[in-house]
Design a protein around this ligand. Structure first.
Ligand SMILES: Cc1ncc(COP(=O)(O)O)c(C=O)c1O
Length: 362
């Protein structure tokens, strides 16, 4: 048996540990606090739980294949039409559809380093060449650097916005520079997995570029602000011709029944979304203030997490907190050996974290 040659370099995605894994590995019996995977600390919307209970009786049936109700609800939310939406088993799946549709082995994709690891992972799987550009000095996407790396083989630029793991965003000038200099045939994937948490009104969001006719695919997910990470639901918005191809490439029934109906339910729960946003905005401020006061560098973030440079204390803090059931995300795989990524929790959880770090520092 001979595997595709470009699969030789493939390494698995390093996911954040689950509560069960931590309990098993460290024999922790008390509470476990997940600050490691950017999930929603509120738990699911009550409307979602209700719908799921009702649906349990119908799991022997396939869902409706067109997912039209959800597409209509999204179209209404964004002022687009249902034909502008492709739905995925997590926004991850929509990223993969982009590779299936546009990227041949040997083609190039541009990504920032660091950014969400799945762009590179899919590039490896599809035999594409990844050209990486380090973030700029403010840890934002370096637009001039990305433009310099363009070639005739470039098919797609992936920009997570806010960036994962730094939480940084781009201003109008950065976007202006990008679109002024980009050939029309290069697709810009604007990955707004954390878009609902952007607080600064001057930060442009992807829909504006889509409405202005630029060649973009805007990604959103229900995993973060909508609290459905375990169900796997995300979507892309783009012009109709692109959506038609992406939609034709997905598996029939790629969304399971629960994800489809839960998505509809939580879109109708405006109070849940508002609460998610409030928890993140207030928690982000609190943690930034407290950890900065302890002398650590906290990077500005518009996402539901912050990146913190703990310097020489990083490994000790990570390991000691882990033993106490407080899980943070080490950023060594992202190129920041002294930094940890902290998902914003509920106010009481954030306080427990700060107190635990203070305790450690004596
Ligand atoms: C930037 C970014 N994009 C996409 C995803 C994928 O999210 P999902 O597949 O859960 O929609 C994540 C997950 O953490 C992410 O950080």
């Amino acid at each position: 048996m001979e595997f595709k040659p470009y699969l030789k370099k493939l390494t698995p995605y390093p996911p954040g540990k689950t509560v069960d894994e931590i309990r098993r590995e460290l024999a922790i019996e008390g509470p476990v606090y997940k600050f490691n995977s950017n999930e929603n600390p509120l738990g699911p919307s009550r409307k979602v739980v209700k719908v799921i209970k009702e649906l349990a009786k119908t799991v022997h049936l396939y869902p409706e294949a067109s997912y039209i109700e959800l597409k209509k609800a999204l179209a209404e939310k964004w002022g687009l039409s249902p034909e502008n939406f492709v739905l995925g088993n997590g926004s991850n799946e929509v990223i993969e559809l982009v590779f299936k549709a546009l990227v041949n082995p040997g083609d190039e994709v541009l990504v920032s380093q660091p950014s969400f690891l799945m762009y590179e992972k899919f590039a490896q799987i599809y035999g594409a060449k990844v050209k990486t550009v380090p973030l700029d000095k403010d840890l934002k996407h370096h637009i001039p650097g990305l433009l310099k790396k363009l070639s005739r083989k470039t098919k797609v630029i992936f920009l997570d916005h806010p960036n994962n793991p730094t939480g940084s965003v781009l201003g109008p000038k950065d976007w202006g520079l990008l679109f002024k200099n980009l050939p029309e045939n290069v697709l810009v994937v604007i990955d707004e997995a954390y878009g609902e948490f952007i607080e600064n009104p001057e930060v442009p969001i992807g829909i504006e570029f889509l409405q202005n006719g630029f060649n973009v695919l805007v990604l959103r997910t229900f995993s973060k602000a909508y609290g459905l990470a375990g169900l796997r639901l995300g979507y892309g918005m783009a012009e109709k011709n692109l959506v038609k191809v992406l939609d034709a490439l997905r598996q029939p029934f790629n969304l399971n029944l629960f994800a489809y109906k839960a998505g509809l339910a939580v879109l109708n729960d405006q109070a849940y979304l508002k609460k998610s946003q409030k928890v993140v905005k207030e928690g982000r401020k609190y943690l930034t203030y407290e950890l900065s006061a302890l002398g650590f560098k906290v990077y500005p973030s518009e996402a539901n997490f912050i990146m913190v440079d703990f310097g020489k204390f990083c490994e000790t803090i990570y390991q000691s907190l882990l033993k106490k059931g407080l899980l943070l995300r080490p950023l060594k795989p992202y190129g920041f050996p002294n930094a940890l990524r902290i998902t914003i929790g509920l106010p009481e959880q954030n306080k427990i974290l700060v107190e635990a770090i203070k305790d450690l520092l004596g």
